[in-house]
Design a protein around this ligand. Structure first.
Ligand code: KG4
Ligand code: ZN
Length: 329
């Protein structure tokens, strides 16, 4: 089956073609228009999606060596995400599905992130613990079987990706903050003891707002020329404080569920230092990550999950709408 996937939940316009569980092409256009504002401007994002989708879909088909009329189904992100951005992708996908006379599948973006792991490791099976770490979500899930998601814990304030993005802004780095902090941190040493919020003893929840405030106060009186710490040391120490908490909570969740299998999903999964910390903290746990380009937003994960739904006989009726606050489970 040939499925065209479309992803427009935030500031990445993405199109991908999946055939029988294999990705034939996956194109992502990261909108650069937001850089000058230091964050995503929703109105600009939806306009950019509208402008870019047609060309991107054609390019994805050319790369897959296919023509439009070979598409057998459309899969599109329904939510969560920015309302206008989601609508741009959904309207485009509905129009195309109607024109081609093929079914459409509305896909949950968070579930698609998790499914990027089945693409990375086709031998992955349930049950497993999932650490979902993106720009808007930091959650621990117990996934006993397909489609069943039991929430173990989540952030009470900022998401881990948000902590990277806000931290980068405080450090005067660009957006998105995760890759910027990771790059700078590689040149630095972990010397500053930023707070790790582990909450109550048995809690699987997270909190990152105190850490962000600690960085803000630290930077208030910081001058690189006179400080014993370079800016890279600050970035490395801040990154370490975020990632240690993620690794520790993942370890607790595995213990809590007596599970030996962990799946990491979402943009922060692209962080190489996270991978290192988790493998040091959990040497005997089987840990699966998506391939690096499939950690951050992409349409390959959407097309792939759409095909899974189709194989189970699930399609969506054409009257579904965007769900900006869609949840898992
Ligand atoms: O999953 P994603 O692409 O979009 C959402 O669904 O939110 O995640 C984006 C988040 C951003 O906050 C970004 O700073 C973070 O993932 N991120 C990273 C890295 N690459 C992206 N965080 C840490 N290290 C990275 N290498
Ligand atoms: Zn995402």
């Amino acid at each position: 089956m040939i499925v065209l996937g479309i992803e427009t939940s935030c500031d990445e316009t993405a199109a991908a073609v999946c055939r029988d569980g294999r990705i034939l092409s996956s194109l992502v256009n990261t909108q650069t228009i937001h850089h000058r504002y230091g964050g995503v401007v929703p109105e600009l994002a939806s306009r950019e999606h509208e402008r870019g989708l047609n060309i991107l879909v054609d390019a994805a088909l050319v790369e897959a060596g296919l023509k439009r009329d070979t598409i057998q189904a459309l899969a599109v992100t329904q939510g969560p995400g920015l309302a206008g951005s989601l609508l741009a992708g959904i309207c485009f996908a509905k129009g195309l599905a109607l024109g081609l006379g093929v079914p459409i599948i509305a896909v949950n973006h968070l579930e698609a992130h998790i499914f990027a792991n089945f693409l990375a490791d086709p031998t992955l099976d349930h049950p497993f613990v999932c650490l979902l770490v993106s720009g808007g979500h930091t959650q621990l899930w117990w996934v006993p079987k397909r489609g069943v998601y039991e929430l173990l814990g989540q952030s009470r304030d900022d998401a881990a990706g948000e902590a990277f993005d806000k931290g980068a802004r405080i450090l005067g780095l660009g957006y998105p903050g995760g890759p910027e902090i990771e790059r700078l941190a590689e040149l630095g040493r972990v010397l500053i003891d930023f707070p790790r919020s582990l909450l109550e003893r048995d809690s699987l929840d997270f909190s990152f707002s105190g850490l962000k405030t600690a960085l803000l106060y630290f930077m208030d009186s910081y001058q690189e020329a006179t400080s014993p710490y370079s800016l890279a040391d600050v970035a490395a120490s801040y990154q370490q404080a975020i990632l240690e908490v993620l690794a520790e909570k993942l370890a607790r969740a595995l213990e809590h569920t007596a599970s030996g299998k962990a799946v990491i999903a979402g943009g922060v999964a692209a962080n190489r230092h996270l991978r290192e910390l988790v493998s040091n903290r959990l040497p005997s746990t089987r840990t699966i990550y998506p391939d690096l380009p499939l950690c951050t937003d992409n349409a390959a994960m959407v097309a792939f999950l759409g095909e899974v739904y189709l194989q189970e006989g699930q399609t969506s009726s054409l009257d579904f709408s965007a769900r900006p606050n869609l949840r898992l489970g």
